[in-house]
Design a protein around this ligand. Structure first.
Ligand code: SF4
Length: 373
């Protein structure tokens, strides 16, 4: 019997129940943040939503940019409408270079903020302003400022996954593709470094460069879950597979990698290594672009769960999953969910971002498209 509209609606709403996500704060305390997945569009709804979204983007002179970790429907839509699917830095730069007056960002909040900081004259909209990041949440600006003030002899380097207020207190912002080079540069100048917020990325860079780094204690709720023992077992089952790992992952998982890199770096490594199978330790959303670029190659999500767990891999960011076709259309129709950054904070935050961009131009000319998280 055909499913009624009511039954379909109930089913759709059932997946929109908020879930609670635990994240660890720098002092070891845990915080809780909700994430509410959007309604999943049925195939018939999808056709209508996509048609209306395309019309609204045109009417608003807007460009749609999406992160590698959001739903494949949104990635495809960004590419079909002349936008981009990329990392957060390239999303912001693409929005800057595009002549459109409005940038619509499918990702998490700090990405919208970065787009606004780099493009203060443009309107930046997001499908859901409550889409957070555990790294950003675990690094509140007031506590971070106290930490910096207590260590005045250290140059302050922050990861892109931070609020505008935290960036405003930093000397440098880095993305995962350029973090090692910038820290090595500062280390060569004899500088001591305070790095926040990702402890795994910080640990990876510290071991790679030998720099004196004081680390903030936070991690990504997705990458923290990759497990070495299960990865060993998966490798045994797929002996020809190469392992690609994002440096937000724990040290033991990084040690098992054939290549370690940012989101764009992981895609490039798959293209370069020429294997028939890859095990990928980052958010599973990235596999959509990898499969499009390398058809015929097998990509497997790295395992996150132990024996007896209900999922083999939970490598999906709950906040990235808050972006959907319904709430995207809603912001385009209402103009709601606009990102605002205090102009004074934005101007200060831009200094550390610009410093990284200037460094990249000189030391890493090919950086465009090889950004972060
Ligand atoms: S995947 Fe991790 S680092 Fe990326 S937005 Fe989600 S919580 Fe933040």
């Amino acid at each position: 019997m055909a499913e009624s509209n009511l039954e379909r609606e109930k089913k759709a709403m059932a997946v929109a129940t908020p879930i609670q996500i635990r994240f660890e704060r720098f002092d070891g305390a845990t915080g809780i943040a909700p994430a509410k997945p959007p309604r999943i569009a049925t195939p018939a709804e999808k056709v209508d939503l996509v048609r209306r979204i395309k019309a609204r983007l045109k009417a608003l002179d807007a460009v749609f940019v999406a992160h590698y970790y959001v739903h494949p429907d949104l990635q495809d839509l960004a590419q079909e409408t002349g936008g981009t699917v990329s990392d957060s830095l390239e999303m912001a730069r693409f929005g800057h270079d595009h002549p459109g007056k409005t940038i619509v960002v499918a990702g998490v909040r700090f990405m919208g903020e970065t787009a606004k900081i780099l493009n203060p004259e443009k309107r930046v909209l997001m499908p859901d302003l409550a889409a957070e990041c555990s790294l950003d949440l675990a690094c509140p600006a007031d506590e971070f400022t106290r930490f910096c003030d207590a260590n005045p002899d250290r140059v302050v380097v922050v990861y892109a996954n931070t609020s505008a207020a935290v960036k405003a207190r930093a000397d440098w912002m880095v993305t995962s593709s350029i973090a090692e080079k910038i820290v090595a540069h500062l280390h060569a100048e004899g500088r001591k470094i305070l790095f926040a917020p990702d402890k795994h990325l910080g640990d990876y860079i510290r071991r790679a460069t030998g720099a004196d780094m004081l680390l903030w204690n936070a991690s990504c709720v997705v990458h923290e879950e990759f497990k070495t023992q299960q990865l060993e077992e998966l490798k045994l089952a797929h002996p020809g597979a190469k392992v690609l790992v994002h440096p937000e992952s724990p040290r033991g998982v990084i040690a098992m990698a054939d290549a370690v890199g940012s989101t764009t770096g992981i895609i490039q490594a798959a293209e370069r290594l020429g294997a028939k199978e890859y095990i990928v330790a980052t958010d599973g959303g990235i596999l959509h672009q990898m499969r499009k670029r390398l058809p015929g190659v097998t990509f497997i999500e790295a395992p996150t769960a132990g024996k007896g767990a209900t999922c083999q891999s939970c490598a999906h960011c709950p906040w990235m999953a808050m972006n959907g076709l319904h709430n995207l259309l809603e912001v385009l129709e209402t103009g709601g969910n606009e990102i605002h950054v205090d102009p004074a904070v934005g101007r200060k935050a831009k200094v550390c971002i610009q410093r990284m961009l200037d460094f990249a131009r000189v030391h890493l000319p090919a950086m465009r498209g090889s950004g972060d998280a």
